[in-house]
Design a protein. Structure first.
Length: 320
């Protein structure tokens, strides 16, 4: 059977979505190492986690306001504001705050393994929001990947019995927040440009982020490395990365493109070594590989989609 133009267009959109998703993941992979640079360690604390989370959102909101004015972007429709609020809750407030607090207590390499559960969490939220029906094999991989992440956290908690380190609890909560923010942001990107999704979400959260950023402003002078780490997470992790990420999710489908995140733990680990002088041990690499394996297998499991993936509405152009 000869493929139709719709099939060809859908395949091209999925391929482009995967590449855009990878660009976003590569940008996000540096978030943990640069956040560690900004907050410091328990022995040598720098910025507070609250300031890093709220401050980066305020800086990105300022960039967003300038970009929206330059682009002459219209106000979102009323029906889009609830989804924008969920996006803001997940990726502007919840994920940055929880990770910034946790990163002072654990190394970036350790946190990278916990991030390994994010692809499956994002796919789960995407399946629910887009009414897709992943197969039983997909869910089995999701459970296996989550179990590996929890086992790794328990093994490295340093406590007797089944007790997660508080930082690991924060990181797991951050993964849940990110998955919600990614899912709602991807759905919105089917209706409004991906760039506008993160910009409006940042501006919507500004009444919360601005007062908290001012209240938690560092009282002491800080090294340039801390401000460099803060600048990266503000401009790239909190803003530009979402331009590519939400567009990729919209074009390729949340469930499928979310699996590109399988590369994120290893990229974060590799970046952490030269940036922070951290080391990789066998256990961390082994668990990281195992988590990636479950995600890779899950990616190959069938996902029943009620409607084929089409080009997002805002990218369609009427004939002239």
């Amino acid at each position: 059977m000869t493929p139709t133009n719709h099939d060809t267009t859908g395949t091209r959109a999925q391929r482009r979505g995967m590449w855009l998703g990878f660009v976003g993941v590569a940008i996000f992979a540096l978030t943990q190492p640069f956040t560690r640079l900004a907050v410091g360690t328990t022995d040598a604390p720098l910025m507070s986690g609250l300031f890093v989370a709220m401050g980066r959102a305020v800086a990105a909101a300022a960039l967003s306001a300038a970009w929206l004015l330059w682009a002459r972007a219209p106000w979102p429709h009323r029906q889009h504001w609830p989804a924008l609020a969920m996006t803001a809750f997940g990726v502007v407030l919840g994920f940055p705050l929880l990770t910034s607090i946790a990163m002072r207590q654990v190394q970036a390499v350790h946190a990278s393994v916990i991030v390994g559960v994010l692809p499956l969490a994002t796919a789960t939220v995407g399946a629910l929001l887009h009414r897709q029906r992943p197969s039983l094999g997909f869910w089995a991989c999701a459970v296996a990947g989550s179990a590996l992440v929890v086992a790794f956290a328990l093994l490295h908690s340093g406590q007797a019995g089944l007790h997660l380190h508080p930082a690991d609890q924060l990181l797991l909560g951050a993964m849940a927040c990110a998955a919600v923010g990614y899912g709602y942001g991807a759905r919105l990107s089917q209706h409004i440009p991906a760039e506008q999704v993160i910009c409006w979400a940042l501006l919507l959260a500004l009444p919360v982020t601005l007062p908290l950023a001012l209240w938690s402003w560092p009282a002491q002078p800080l090294p340039s490395s801390a401000w460099g780490g803060f600048a990266y997470v503000a401009v790239f992790s909190m803003w530009l990365g979402f331009f590519a990420w939400y567009r990729g999710l919209a074009l390729g489908g949340t469930v499928r493109v979310s699996q590109v995140q399988l590369a994120q733990p290893f990229l974060s680990m590799l970046f952490a070594v030269p940036l922070l002088g951290e080391s990789l041990d066998f256990t961390t690499v082994a668990f990281g590989l195992a988590v990636v394996a479950t995600v890779f297998i899950g990616k190959r499991m069938p996902v029943n989609t009620p409607h084929p993936i089409s080009t997002p509405e805002h990218t369609k152009r009427s004939p002239t």
